[in-house]
Design a protein around this ligand. Structure first.
Ligand SMILES: [Zn+2]
Length: 247
């Protein structure tokens, strides 16, 4: 949960982390040479598209998943493709999302490419096929469509990885359009609503919640905490990297 406290119904979050429990059949493993069935993206590069910044700050941060002591993350050498379902999008949603994606890129080095709009509905089954190479779905939704958005939850975010893999395959962010439209009408509403989008994108790229008041990844939001805190930034920098995924 991420909320703005008692006076605000705003915000967010359940972390949806779908951890795939599906084992690849032996025949498939053999075909893949023991690897995981994720084809090299046609736009993958031989080196990182950008490096994370040298962070000067430290602070509490958590990762959604770790494998062998390293955070599970997206390949820094291939762009993360994103599609948007704008069904309940708030005014200025496109600009807000672009600002938020740019902020994540600046903090991680991870690159996003928007592939346009879709009418695909959010689903907790999304990405449940091992090695799914669907683009990330950012869906403007509401509690009628997604029960998890009931109450003060304004967004959900997370990514999927195949068991044992240190790489995310795809992910989703689902935002409560009507609730964020209410946030937008308040003084400072744009920054607050964008903070919700940032928080969910933080989950998308691999940050978990931290019990720290001045971090954006705190489970409950506070007025004035609408951008990354020092621990968030340290964690985000660790979610970029200098090593490419092997295919
Ligand atoms: Zn959260």
């Amino acid at each position: 949960m991420f909320s703005l406290g008692r006076r605000a119904t705003a915000a967010v979050t359940m972390v949806v982390v779908v951890i795939l429990g599906v084992s690849l059949a032996p025949t498939i493993e053999a075909r893949l040479g023991g690897g995981i069935g994720f084809d090299r993206p046609v736009d993958a590069s031989a080196e990182p598209l950008a490096l994370p910044p040298q962070v000067q700050t430290t602070g509490p941060h958590e990762f959604l998943r770790e494998v062998d002591g390293e955070p599970v993350r997206y390949d820094p050498c291939a762009p993360i493709h994103v599609v948007v379902n704008p069904r309940t999008a708030i005014e200025g949603a496109d600009e807000m999302l672009q600002q938020a994606l740019d902020s994540v890129t600046a903090a991680t080095g991870l690159t996003f490419v928007q592939d346009g709009v879709t009418d695909e509905a959010p689903s907790d089954q999304r990405g449940s096929v091992p090695g799914s190479q669907d683009p990330v779905l950012i869906a403007w939704s509401d509690p009628d469509e997604v029960e998890a958005l009931e109450g003060s939850v304004a967004g959900i975010g997370g990514s999927v990885s195949t068991r044992g893999s240190p790489w995310f395959d795809t992910g989703a962010v689902t935002l409560d359009g009507p609730q964020l439209a209410d946030v937008l009408r308040r003084p400072g509403g744009w920054v607050s609503a964008r903070g919700v989008v940032l928080h969910e994108l933080g989950h998308l790229v691999g940050l978990g919640h931290v019990d720290a008041e001045d971090e954006l990844m705190a489970p409950r939001g506070r007025p004035g905490i609408d951008d990354w805190g020092p621990g968030d930034r340290e964690g985000l920098a660790a979610l970029g990297g200098d090593a490419c995924r092997e295919y």
